[in-house]
Structure formats: C-alpha cells, structure tokens
Design a protein around this ligand. Structure first.
Ligand code: PLP
Length: 384
C-alpha cells in the first residue's frame, strides 16, 4: 500500500475558530484589547501563573518590546544561543545591541549554561535563553548568574507553551514565568496558534506600565480606557504591537482545547520515542532534561554528519515524507559575518545546523503514519 504524502506540519483547527471570529466581528469591537484578548490574557495568567500577559502580533514583536523595556542601548551586549531563529537576535540588534553567541549544549540545542559566565563583560545587559523544542534551559542556573551580575533575563519561550522547569527543590514553574520577561509565539507552526501571533509576559512589575504604553504606539491609551486619566497622548517610544481581537478570537478557540492538543501531541511524541529508541547508538535523540517537562513541540533526530542527514532526507522524500532541518547557526549567517567581520566557530551549534532533522509532528498525524516514518528511518539505518 502506498502511503499518502506526510507533510511536516498541518495547522489544527479545533472547530470554534470561525464562530468566535464571527462573534468578535459582530461585537463591533475588532481592534485590539477587545473581549477575546482579555479572555486570552486571563487564561494564561490563571493557568501558568504569569504576572501580566499582553498579546502581540508575533513573538518577534514581543521580543522587540522586551528589548525596548530593558532599555537596550548602542553597544550593550546580549548573550543568546547561536542556534535559534533570527528574531531572537534581530529584536536586540534593532536597538543597537551587540549579540554575543553562546554555544549549545552537547546533549541539547539549548544554550550551554556553563559557558554563559565566560561571555559576560561590563557591557552585558541581558541573557536570552531559548527553550528549544519547548525543553527548559536550566533556569535556576541562569537566574543565579543573572542575579550575581545584575543582568536581565528574557526567555524566548516561542516553542515553550505548557512546558515547565523543575527546580532543585522540586517546584514546578511554567516556562515564561521565570525570567523578567518572556516571549511566546502563536505562529501556525507552534502547538497553539492563531496564524501569526505572540505574547509578551511580564514577570517583573517594574515593566508593566511601560509595556502597555510601548504596545500602544507610545501612548497611555490603555490607562485612558481604564478611566485612570482623562486624555491620552504621546509619552514614550513605541509601536503598534497589539493584535486585532479577531486574531485573539481564533487563539481563544485553540486555548479551550489546549489540554486535548497537548495530550495528542505527547502521544505522537511517545510513539516516535518508543519506535526509535533502539537507534540511540546511531542517532542522537531528543533530550528532556531531569529539570524539564516535555510539551511535545518537536521530535527531532541528530545524525552523525551532514552527508548522513542529506541521505536520510532523501530516503524519507522517496517515501513521500517531508522532514525539515532547522536553524543555520546565526554566527555563520551572512548578516552576522558581514557586520562583525568575524567567523566564529561554535562546534555544537554548527553541528545542530548540519545534523538536526525534525520529523512530522501535528495534531492530526495518524499513529500509522508515525510508525511509517519510523519504519523508513529504521530501514535507512539498517542499511548503513
Ligand atoms: C517561532 C519562533 C520565533 C518567532 O515567532 P513569530 O511569532 O513568528 O515571530 C522566535 N523564536 C523562536 C525560538 C521561535 O521558534
């Protein structure tokens, strides 16, 4: 039997999206901060213990807001992994920062926490850990380094919805609730989505008031709508970072099914894990550290070489399965090399660029298809 094409991703609709969009439209209030935006904020604050949430039009926007909030100035240094999406870096570059790339861990693409202190200088302003694949960085370690050196921590939690960090004392904290600020993404490739979308989480109250202003084009319009002031005007820099309530309506439909979506993704992830674990001596499989939980954002394998990955991609393609690699280390990007006139080698980050391969992972992926993907991978390695 020939299997149908297995795509890498397929956005899942829970069923209520268009009904809620209609409701938003009919309410007559379709700009930002309407009823559905408030429902989403409340949902996140209650479920994950975030101090204050603000929906944005993307995670990129939320990161840009974070860079403004911590007052990044020309020449400030920001430490982040090199194996990440461009927005993690761009948000800070836009404010004149110098990006200082930290290599990844050997056992996981997240940044190597033990290297952070070697990169700190008097100009360092912030650490931006990325919870790759939704798996927590060692946040106790990162927060204690940040406190010791008086640095801000902005969590790039784009992939980390419904994922937790387990502290040394056993307490479980949601990712995004630990750093001073955190940014989430609701892009259609993430577990919970609204097409394009994002959220800034503010855990340090000193930023709350200004965050509202920056998000509303540098005006104190939010305070005006709450009746706290009698007119609003230009009080700070800012931009239009808030999404229409139509997008929030879509997102809220997803949130109502969050537990179901998560359970389903974890089931798929567990099948991959069970079917591939005997290959552990041939390929590196995803790590969920002892201090992390798994939100099943991604299942990936790491080959021994670029050549081997090319072969595996080809073999999957012949079988109608679409698998994709991920980031090209930002230290090797055209923009970074041209602007910094240096080529830095980050052995782990470069290795993930060459060897990491993401397998299909989406709500509607059938169990038989997951097994087919694994069978093809097993066959590939049995012939190697
Ligand atoms: C998806 C992603 C982003 C960007 O999210 P957008 O909502 O598309 O702006 C940023 N960082 C990481 C790590 C991501 O995975």
């Amino acid at each position: 039997m020939k299997f149908m094409h297995i795509p890498f991703n397929k956005p899942y609709l829970t069923g209520k999206e268009t009904a809620y969009i209609t409701q938003a439209v009919e309410s007559g209030k379709i700009s930002g901060d309407g009823m559905f935006t408030k429902k989403c904020h409340q949902f996140f604050e209650e479920k994950y213990g975030f101090k204050k949430c603000l929906l944005t039009t993307s995670c990129t926007d939320a990161l840009e807001m974070a860079a403004i909030l911590i007052d990044v100035k020309q020449g400030d240094e920001i430490i982040m992994p090199s194996y990440t999406f461009v927005s993690t870096a761009n948000a800070f570059v836009l404010r004149g920062a110098k990006i200082v790339f930290c290599d990844s861990r050997k056992d996981h693409p997240g940044l190597d926490e033990d290297l952070i202190e070697t990169l700190i200088t008097p100009k360092t302003k912030a650490i931006v850990p990325v919870h790759y694949a939704g798996v927590a960085c060692d946040m106790d370690k990162i927060m204690s380094i940040a406190n010791k050196h008086n640095l801000f921590v902005v969590e790039d939690a784009a992939q980390a919805i419904d994922s937790f960090y387990i502290g040394a004392d056993g307490t479980k904290k949601s990712l995004g609730s630990i750093g001073h600020l955190a940014a989430f993404s609701f892009h259609e490739t993430k577990n919970i989505m609204s097409g394009e979308g994002g959220m800034l989480v503010i855990n340090d109250e000193q930023f709350t008031k200004r965050a509202e202003i920056i998000r509303e084009k540098g005006t104190n319009r939010s305070a005006f709508f709450r009746g706290e002031i009698d007119k609003y005007g230009w009080v700070d820099i800012g931009s239009s970072f808030l999404p229409s309530d139509i997008l929030a309506a879509f997102l809220y439909a997803q949130l109502e099914h969050l537990d179901d979506i998560q359970n389903k993704r974890k089931k798929i992830w567990d099948i991959y894990s069970a079917e591939l674990k005997h290959l552990a001596n041939k390929i590196q499989l995803p790590l969920v550290s002892e201090f992390a939980t798994n939100n099943a954002h991604m299942f990936y394998v790491i080959t021994k070489s670029l050549n081997e990955r090319n072969g595996l991609i080809e073999c999957l393609k012949i079988n109608n399965i679409n698998c994709v690699f991920h980031y090209i280390s930002l230290n090797k990007s055209k923009y970074f090399v041209e602007n910094n006139k240096v080529v830095i080698d980050l052995p782990q980050s470069d290795r993930y660029s060459d060897c990491l391969l993401r397998l299909p992972m989406f709500y509607e992926l059938k169990e038989s298809y997951v097994k087919k993907v694994c069978a093809v991978i097993n066959q590939f390695y049995s012939s190697l």
